[in-house]
Design a binder for this molecule. Sequence first.
Ligand SMILES: [Zn+2]
Length: 265
Amino acid sequence: MLGWPIKTRTSSKMPSTARDHARICRGCWDQMRVPIPIRGPLAFPFRVCGITRSKMNPNICTICERSFSFVKKQRHISATVTILFADIRGYTHLSERINPVVLSEIVSLFQDQCAQAIWNNDGIVNKQMGDGLMAIFNFPIKIAHHASAAVQAALDIQRHCTAALNDLASRQGEPAADGVGVGVGVHTGLVEIGEFSTFRSEFTAIGGAVNLTARLESQAAAGEILVSAAAAAQAADLVAGAQTRSLSLKGIEHPVTAHVLGKGH
Ligand SMILES: [Zn+2]
């Protein structure tokens, strides 16, 4: 008789896998405790059935990306998450002055650097909007300190984008690309997560906390990260010593205090 070693798992801990290249989907595991193989030979039959790694984060799969109501057994849920918005400041103005080839290089460089920083901190790139993006931390991958993870991702975005954009500008000899920068907003709050469109099958987050993050980002200058008081309270070590700024945000009644990171922080 062939003694194939059959292992059974009774532990509720995630099977020991490298965090950066999980062999099973971290979203399905965190949300349902179901191991869906996404790398290695066991992933092959799943790939044949169309279950692959998600573009939102390569450590989650297309089940948790597109089958929200199946995963959560509800159409939408309330969850406390940290939202991050980032965009290329002055993009419209830039697009009028710059060679379109260089412009497209700037956009793909921005999207790639942001995605890497977000994935390294276990967030997902939920939406990409050309010169901007929206990321969610704490869904579907659970993160104990999701505000810290988002602020760390924002710091990584600024560091990597600034270096890469400056390098691109000098390589292309494109003076208009000089000083191109990124603005980031980070806020923690309660959102509704679900599939809210009948013709798109991916989940997203909606609610006041999402709008506030977008407004914060719109006030961030190139190189700046604006962190709301709610997110800063959960990421105290990363925002220690940061200046604060009082902002009047469109559509939000009271002034909002933001902690300002970046530019030498
Ligand atoms: Zn999954």
